[in-house]
Write a protein that binds this ligand. Structure first.
Ligand code: SF4
Length: 100
């Protein structure tokens, strides 16, 4: 095995190096009240890379924004349906990426 292969880290291991600072009580993404989620909103329960979206027992989609990587997928996916309110976290909060 070459030294390059030995030092290669899996993506999951690299992501684990990042840290997240929760802005308690001030989530930067909100799902707006709804009775039934659109397909787009529902799809986020599978596509959010941080696993922030879940369906509750009433079939509505909820978000726990802790761990959000600010990738913007949910913002783009629901751009037409307008079911979420998306903002960047306040300065100093949210994901703290470790580079290198
Ligand atoms: S921005 Fe990305 S990581 Fe954050 S909640 Fe949306 S899909 Fe998930």
């Amino acid at each position: 095995m070459s030294s390059m292969q030995e030092s290669a880290m899996k993506v999951e291991e690299k992501l684990y190096q990042n840290r997240y600072l929760v802005d308690a009580g001030r989530p930067h993404i909100k799902v707006l009240p709804h009775d039934k989620p659109s397909k787009a909103l529902l799809s986020l329960t599978h596509t959010c890379p941080a696993g922030c979206y879940e369906q509750n027992e009433r079939g509505q989609v909820e978000i726990t924004a802790d761990g959000c990587m600010e990738c913007g997928t949910c913002r783009i996916v629901t751009a037409k349906t307008g079911e979420i309110e998306w903002n960047y976290p306040r300065g100093g909060f949210g994901v703290l990426y470790k580079f290198g």
